[in-house]
Structure formats: C-alpha cells, structure tokens
Ligand binder design. Structure first.
Ligand SMILES: [Zn+2]
Ligand SMILES: [Zn+2]
Length: 733
C-alpha cells in the first residue's frame, strides 16, 4: 500500500506551515524505522512535596514506557516541573524567598524522588527555563498573528487593602456554576470547572481576608469558541482512556467559552508587547512538553520537530483526570492555533484515597513519598506494584497500610517470591546449576498466553490486568512446583524431577523479564542470581521464550522479596493516625479562634485582621506541618524588635478592646494601637517596659493609625517585659 502522508495538511496557517512542512514521506521509500513515541507526564507543581497522589500518574507512565521500549518502540519520555502561577508566588512570599528559588528546591526534590521510584525521564526540565520562555513566547505570538487572540476589558478582582490585583489563588469565593467554595481560577471543591477572572462570586483576598473589589483591566483572550468543530474531531480521533475523552466531550457539548490567557502577576512569562501582563500558567506549562523535548533533542543532536511536527511520532500524555480540561480542550486548541499537530493519546489516572477517605493534605490524609516511605527504607518496587495493581487505571485508588501489607506479603512475597526462590534453590542444591533439559511445550504456551494477555491489557490501558496476568503466571509456577513436588519425584524418577526444575526456571526467567516493568530493582536481583549473560535491560519479549540453559550460570540463590512485618506496618499506621488526629484537633482549635476573633471584630467594627501571615491554604507546607514554616536566622533578623517604654495609654472612643499607646523606642515615640483594653487599665501601663516590633507595616484600627505592635502572650494578652533593666530602644536579637 502506498501511503503518502503530508504533514502540512494539519497546519492551517500559511505563515506557520512553511517552517514546519516536513518532507513527503512514504512507507516504502524511507528505510524501515523504529516506530516513534513521545510520552509525557503532567508536570508536578513546585509548591509542595511529592506524595502518593503524584506517583499514581508517574508510575503507570513509567511502566508503559518500559513496556513499549521492550516491544522495540523508540520512546522519548519527557517531564519537568511547573514553576509559574500564583500559588508559588504566595508560598515564596510566606517563606521570604523568591519564586525561582522555591521552584528550584522543589524541582530538585521531584527529580530525585522520581529517580528513587525508578522513574527515569529522558529530560526533566523547568517551565521557567529559557527554552520554555522562548517556546511559549513563540507559540503565543503565532496564536496572535493567526488572529486567535484578542484584547478585552474585564472586571478584575482587586484588594484595596493589599493594593494589588488578585489573580487566581489570591482569591477565594463561591463557584458561579455549583455554589461550592472555589478558588479564583478553578472550582476545586465542587464541579471542577475552570473559572475565568471575574467569574467567582463574593471573592475575598486570600492574603488579608478583605472583600475584593472589581476594577477594570485589559486582558487577552483566546478564541476557544471558534475551535468547537476542530476539538470535536480531535476528541473523536483521540486514543487513550475513556474518562478524559468523555469529560471533554461533555464540556464541549455544554458550549465552550473564550479563554483568558493573561494574568496580572510579575512571576511568569511576559505577554508579548505588554510588560504589565503575564501569560497564564496553564498556557506555558503544557508548552513545557515541547520545550523539554527541545532541550533533550539538543543534547542528543536530534531535531525536536521530528517529535512534535512530524506525523511519524505519536504523542501520548499521561495526566491525572483532574487536569483533563486543560489537556483535552485548551492544549489541543493552542497547538492547532499555533500550527502544530494535536496529541494522539491522553491517558488519565483516577484520583487517590487514603484509608477510604478523600485525599487531603490539610486533613492529613496523605502519604509523603520520601518522609513516610522511601526514607524509611520501604521498597520503591512494592509501592510501584501497589499503585499498578490495586485497581484499574481510571478508577479511584485507595491506599491503606493494611491492604499494602497484605497484598505485598500474599502476592509478591508468598507467590512470586516463594516460587522463584524454590525453583532456583532446588536447581542450585541438586544440580549445581541449570539442568540441560528443554522446557516442555506446555510451559511455553503458558508464557505465550501471559504475553498475549499483557499486550491486550496494555493496549487498552488496563495496567492492572497486565500485572494480574504476570502474577497469574507466578501463581501457575507456584502451584506447578508445589503439586509436582520435584523433591519427592527425584527419589523415584530423577529425569522427571530435572524436567520440572527446567520448566520452573524457564518460568522464572519469563517472570523476571515481565516484572522488570513493575518492580525493576527486584527483577535485576533475580536476573543476577539466574546469571544470564545478556543484561536484563537488553532483553526483548522474545527472550521469555528462549531456553535458559547454555547462556546462564545460576548463582547461590537468596531470598529477594522480603516480607513486611506487622510492627513495621503498625508504625506507619500510627504516623498517619496521629497526623489526622492532630490536624483535626488543630482545626477545631483554630475554628474556635476564628469564631472568637470574628466576634471581637464585629464588636470593634474592624473589617479584617492584620495581614502578617498568609492564609493557611496558601502554603501547603505550612498547612501540612500544622505550624508555621521554618525560618532562617536571616529571616528572623529582618524583624526589628526593640525594648520600648509606654509613656501614655488611653482608650479609643467606641472601642472596648483597643488602647492607643505612645511608646518610647529610643530614637522616637511611636503611636501603637493594641487590643489589650480588656486586660489593663490605661494608667497601670504607663512606665511599663515592653517589646515592640518596630518595622511592621502601619495599619489603621478604628480610624487610628498604628505604627508597630507590642508583643503579648496568650488569650489574656500578657505583655512581654525584660527581666532586668535595659535601655529603651535596645535591639532584641
Ligand atoms: Zn463549581
Ligand atoms: Zn488583601
């Protein structure tokens, strides 16, 4: 069949097409090439640590890549970290660092964690790096030039107290679609819809809690509404799991709106021609897939366009189902608008539960990949096994330590581990190596059947079924050795015993190659014990059917799969339980605090509390630890704390709580408004030595200016004083 493919038909715009037209290709005039596949994984956001929820997407992607490579496919495996957007700015502000420094720290963290989990990307880039900045600017410029972007004046939320526009996570409010609490750019607690600036109902500033106002500002929109038929066609062609396709089709039917692609934020990639606007993070993050491929290709001396602009490479995205909207509607529309081809496959994993409860960092239902797993010596392979085999890829996965222990011990250790050890042990002890007997046909047909099942399962993205097929082969081997009892048969029929062991070793070889995709570290150990001359990484699927003898020298067997004992698992259950309880207690506590504060503010007529600390949901780390984040001595020394002496104290009209103090801090006398009226008579305060924070941003309380704060402890506002006499104005350090 002559099958001419011209890439340019996918490129609607002449000015774009010229640089991307690829040579006319035909299957019979180009030399046989390995099929080419580009696999990407959703980019982890550099604003928090890696947890099991992340790994649910990356482990199956890695499994898929290992499988495809063993099938002989030329796979490029690309990922990177997502560094822009408001949550990172908010966290960086809270930690008194820069968004770039924060991003680099978490970027490194994810990079190392993935490697420990035996997930090896060909490139793990950063979306803030120059390649992505350049590629994003280029793609947005192409979209503008092609007429797909237009300016529009919108009502943008603005905090009068913080004097800033409030994009995305700087806002909390009510979802206009479902009425649940939502963030500025996404209904995260309810219907999951992305929200455009200005859509959120009753928006509140997350920095200081003030009701946001709306001010007019010019932003840029992408004409997404014009892509309806292109997207419909795209979703018809799209391969992968049904969940994402169906969600996207549903959204498309409901009518699709134009998409605001700019934000008022310093951190990010500037919008072409507008120094005051930044490109929305959901535009530049997926473009990272292209940029990171470019970085990889440059290193290899390959043209990246072979992957992104040629019909010869299939593009597959692994994502969590929660980012379907972005990958099945926004992203293909962007690619199409800029003259690129659209992706071929989207594989979306279901969400993760912990102990049957909705995954939640703030409530403690989380398992941290390093601190609560890898760093405590647990096997990356065991977690890979659990994540792959627990349930279908698209369904909700529940992690509980009890189930984890049971499945690893029963399936991995007692079935697979027991079988391979017994086979190798018997061969080594009785024959000093691999018996020179060809395995029976029955064994080869069992292995072949397993291979067929695995292939069918993986091609339909049913990774659990693939792992189950491997474990069924292990169970077959375990039953075979148990029922045929070579240790008994040997006494009466030595040849038959040899045959059984040759069969079992062939099964062991096949199992080792097959579990290499699931549990690579353990597979490597078994392979070394089998003493096969070909390295495991160089084997193909045909090797499962080639006999072992002649090219392997069995070593003294060891137990490869270790059992998880009860005490160990109880320890992990305890960590989880204590955290959940502590956070629940803390929440109750802080709820009471909030109520008390609200009452006080009501009676004082104060609109919002002072803004010294970021609201708790702004920093996942802070929320997670249940305390404030660690600070350095440098950060502490930024606070100007001095000994002051109260010279004058008087009440404020209409306020029961506030006193207006005149405090001598050495170089000047400061007016400070303090909420200590319920606990002190003004005249008792005069002459008292106190601790003053002098460089706090001034604030107005009940219409009275306050230039600092006196430090006090606890609910009764006990003032802090030096225990010995020190001169007024002495710096505290
Ligand atoms: Zn909603
Ligand atoms: Zn504010």
């Amino acid at each position: 069949m002559y099958f001419y493919r011209i890439v340019s038909f996918l490129l609607p715009h002449q000015q774009v097409a010229s640089c991307y037209i690829y040579t006319l290709l035909s299957q019979n005039c180009t030399p046989m090439k390995k099929p080419s596949l580009l696999v990407t994984c959703g980019l982890p956001y550099t604003n928090g640590r890696c947890h099991i929820g992340h790994l649910r997407t990356y482990v199956p992607a890695d499994f898929y890549v290992r499988y495809k490579r063993r099938c002989g496919v030329d796979v490029t495996f690309i990922c990177g970290s997502d560094n822009h957007g408001t949550p990172i700015v908010v966290s960086a502000e809270a930690e008194n660092t820069t968004p770039r420094a924060l991003s680099e720290r978490y970027h490194h963290h994810f990079d190392v964690t993935f490697q420990k989990m035996q997930i090896f990307f060909d490139r793990f880039g950063m979306s803030d790096d120059p390649t992505n900045r350049h590629r994003t600017t280029d793609i947005v410029t192409r979209m503008i030039n092609a007429g797909y972007v237009y300016p529009k004046v919108i009502h943008q939320a603005y905090c009068p107290r913080c004097s800033r526009f409030l994009p995305d996570r700087y806002l909390k409010g009510t979802c206009p679609h479902c009425g649940k609490q939502a963030r500025g750019d996404e209904c995260d607690q309810g219907c999951g819809k992305p929200l455009a600036p200005g859509e959120l109902v009753d928006p509140v500033c997350t920095i200081c809690g003030t009701d946001a106002e709306f001010r007019e500002q010019e932003h840029y929109f992408m004409r997404l509404s014009e892509f309806g038929s292109e997207l419909e066609g795209f979703l018809e062609r799209l391969k992968g799991t049904e969940n994402s396709r169906n969600y996207a089709k549903g959204w498309l039917r409901e009518e699709i709106h134009d998409w605001c692609i700019t934000r008022t934020l310093d951190w990010g990639i500037p919008f072409p021609g507008r120094s005051d606007l930044t490109i929305y993070v959901w535009v530049d993050a997926p473009i990272g897939y292209i940029a990171f491929t470019e970085e990889w290709a440059k290193e290899k001396g390959i043209d990246w366009k072979e992957k992104w602009c040629s019909d010869d490479c299939e593009i597959t995205h692994f994502i969590g189902v929660d980012i379907t909207y972005h990958h099945c509607l926004f992203w293909p529309a962007m690619l199409h608008a800029a003259g690129y081809r659209m992706p071929d496959t989207v594989i979306a994993s279901g969400m993760v539960k912990i102990d049957g409860q909705k995954f939640s960092k703030s409530r403690g239902y989380v398992v941290w990949a390093n601190e609560e797993y890898l760093d405590r010596g647990l096997s990356a392979d065991y977690l890979r096994y659990y994540l792959l085999s627990y349930t279908s890829h698209t369904k909700e996965l529940n992690f509980s330590w009890g189930v984890y222990q049971e499945r690893i011990n029963n399936e991995v250790v007692n079935t697979l581990g027991n079988f391979v050890y017994r086979a190798m042990h018997f061969a080594y002890k009785e024959y000093g190596g691999i018996p020179e007997v060809a395995p029976q046909n029955e064994i080869f047909s069992q292995i072949q059947e397993t291979l067929d099942s695995i292939q069918a399962a993986i091609e339909s993205y049913e990774f659990k079924e693939a792992v189950d097929a491997i474990m069924a082969l292990a169970a077959y081997g375990n039953n075979y050795i148990q029922n045929s009892a070579p240790w008994k048969v040997k006494k009466t029929d030595p040849d038959a015993a040899q045959q059984i062991i040759a069969d079992c070793l062939q099964l062991t070889k096949a199992l080792t190659i097959l579990i290499d995709h699931v549990m690579p570290e353990h597979a490597k150990k078994i392979w070394d014990l089998l003493g096969v001359t070909t390295p495991l990484s160089e084997t193909s699927f045909s090797d499962v059917l080639t006999p072992l003898f002649g090219n392997a020298e069995l070593k003294k067997p060891e137990i490869v799969f270790q059992k998880l004992d009860d005490d160990l698992i109880k320890g992990f259950e305890e960590i989880l339980k204590q955290r959940i309880e502590a956070l629940a207690a803390g929440e109750a506590e802080s709820e009471r605090d909030k109520e008390a504060k609200k009452d006080m503010m009501k009676s004082e007529g104060i609109k919002a509390p002072q803004p010294p600390c970021i609201s708790s949901d702004a920093s996942e780390e802070q929320e997670q630890e249940g305390g404030r984040p660690e600070i350095t001595i440098d950060e502490f020394s930024k606070m100007e704390l001095r000994i002051g002496k109260i010279l004058e104290a008087k009440g404020i009209p209409k306020s029961k709580k506030l006193l207006c103090l005149q405090v001598d801090i050495g170089r000047e006398v400061r007016q400070i408004v303090s909420g200590i009226a319920p606990f002190y008579a003004p005249e008792d305060l005069v002459g008292k030595y106190v601790v003053v924070i002098c460089n706090l941003k001034p604030a107005k309380l009940m219409g009275v200016e306050s230039y600092g704060m006196v430090l006090a402890a606890g609910d009764e506002a006990v003032l802090l004083s030096p225990v010995a006499e020190v001169p007024v104005g002495t710096l505290i350090r």
